[in-house]
Design a protein around this ligand. Structure first.
Ligand code: F0G
Length: 436
């Protein structure tokens, strides 16, 4: 079985050894991806094998990523795999959310059930394992919060030193706290995500740090198992749509790669259509896809959204996401701050909950149903990318009518749920409960 890195750019497609430490094509600067010369002889047995492994107590089989390792066979020796038993996230039906979106039914694949509370763990287990495999001692990432929380945990688990770069003041407290608790060297830079990523890509080599942003192809390999796991959970019946929030667009690239490879290997007959949803204040991909031509991508210089996870104006993986939308007959939508906030409250009231960026999925589904793009009876899976506790401040402000954007736009607490203060008296409590 042969694995290699290949330049994603259609005009280049240069190949490099799988163990070469590069983050972009040395020849043309294009994005890289891992590719394989598949050994197809056993593919028919994979579904059964993957299902069977769920019964095992071995760490490798308990991981909802490594269980699917035949789909990303870049590692010869799995004895050094760094796992926190990531993946294994549920697909939850949500009738209230379906009604809100105008659908007969909707299900959420909830990546917030991961060890550090976001989908980043699926990719990070692979990225950090490859860092160990390459003998690296220090790993780094730029992050809007979740990547850094995840990298900090996996690096520390592996005994590596995590170094993280964050946009100062622009990440939620929950995520910053995780980085500190997991022992990362934490640098808060006075710049936005895009500016810091450009900076760190420049210094990575000199500072001898292994970069674990989603430009790292091994991150994408782990992340694509989300697509495989959801298919496994749906008995290999692909949904009509999978809808996800979009920031740096690595996730769209990962899901697309997963679905397309499963189709190429004959494990599914058709691929789901992918819908990417961006926050209106950080929607360069939405703008680009209105008239997509080479060279026409315009970054948003000052991206803005209270969904800080997707506050990204210059997404590095847009060429991959473009190709995936073409290959899956996908679409991109954008949603307002109010739409995100209200959708989030509905997901909360469904007993499910998620962080702000994740709620862009439901807000986007609702808009696409209204526009007639998604049919009412379609089989739709929304991706929830992060846990409800990632950003409690946002929640408190929304429910108490204090949520405001940076530019001063007030978010109406449409589905607000105010806490009540009550005096220390049984009668007063009874009186209050009777009135409610
Ligand atoms: N949802 C959440 C909760 C995220 O943290 C991110 C990205 C996305 C959606 C968007 O995914 O970038 O692959 O399109 N967070 C990154 C980070 C950028 O640094 O944690 P994407």
């Amino acid at each position: 079985m042969k694995s290699y890195l290949v330049c994603f750019s259609a005009g280049c497609r240069a190949r490099y050894p799988i163990g070469q430490v590069i983050y972009q094509c040395p020849q043309c600067g294009g994005l890289l991806e891992a590719a394989y010369e598949w050994n197809r002889t056993n593919v028919a047995a994979w579904k059964g094998l993957w299902r069977e492994r769920r019964m095992s107590n071995s760490p490798l089989e308990q991981s909802g990523v490594w269980r699917y390792r035949e789909a990303f066979p870049f590692l010869k020796d799995t004895s050094k795999v760094v796992t926190l038993r990531e993946g294994n996230t549920p697909v939850l039906d949500a009738p209230l959310a379906a009604e809100y979106a105008g659908l007969d039914a909707v299900a959420f694949k909830h990546q917030g059930y991961n060890p550090t509370g976001s989908f980043k763990d699926n990719g990070m287990t692979c990225g950090v394992t490859q860092a160990v495999n390459l003998g690296k001692k220090r790993v780094a990432c730029v992050s809007t919060g979740n990547t850094s929380a995840s990298m900090a945990a996996y690096a520390s688990k592996a005994g590596l030193k995590p170094i993280i770069f964050l946009p100062h003041g622009k990440i939620s407290f929950g995520k910053l706290s995780q980085a500190l608790e997991y022992g990362a060297i934490t640098l808060q830079v006075e710049a936005n995500f895009d500016q810091i990523l450009a900076l760190v890509r420049r210094v990575a080599q000199e500072a001898d740090i292994y970069l674990l942003n989603s430009i790292n192809p091994f991150r994408i390999e782990g992340q694509k198992t989300m697509a495989i796991e959801v298919l496994d959970q749906l008995e290999w019946q692909a949904p009509d749509w999978i809808v996800m929030p979009g920031g740096n667009l690595g996730n769209c690239a990962a899901f697309g790669k997963g679905f397309l490879e499963m189709a190429e290997l004959g494990l599914i007959k058709r691929v789901p259509r992918i819908a990417v949803v961006q926050a209106a204040g950080s929607a360069p991909f939405y703008e680009f896809m209105k008239a997509p031509v080479e060279g026409a991508f315009v970054p948003v210089n000052e991206p803005d959204t209270l969904a800080t996870a997707i506050r990204i104006g210059d997404p590095v993986s847009w060429p991959k996401a473009w190709s995936i939308l073409n290959a899956t007959n996908g679409v991109v939508e954008r949603v307002s701050e109010q739409e995100i906030a209200d959708a989030k409250a509905i997901i909360g009231r469904s007993g499910i909950g998620c962080e702000p960026a994740s709620a862009a999925s439901l807000a986007g589904i609702r808009k696409l149903v209204t526009a007639g793009v998604i049919r009412k009876d379609a089989n739709v899976v929304g991706l929830l990318t992060g846990n409800v506790l990632k950003d409690p401040e946002y929640i408190y402000r929304y429910h108490t009518g204090q949520l405001k954007t940076e530019s001063g736009e007030e978010i109406h607490s449409t589905f607000g749920n105010q806490p009540r203060v009550v005096e220390n008296s049984a009668e007063a409590i009874v009186r209050m409960l009777k009135e409610l």
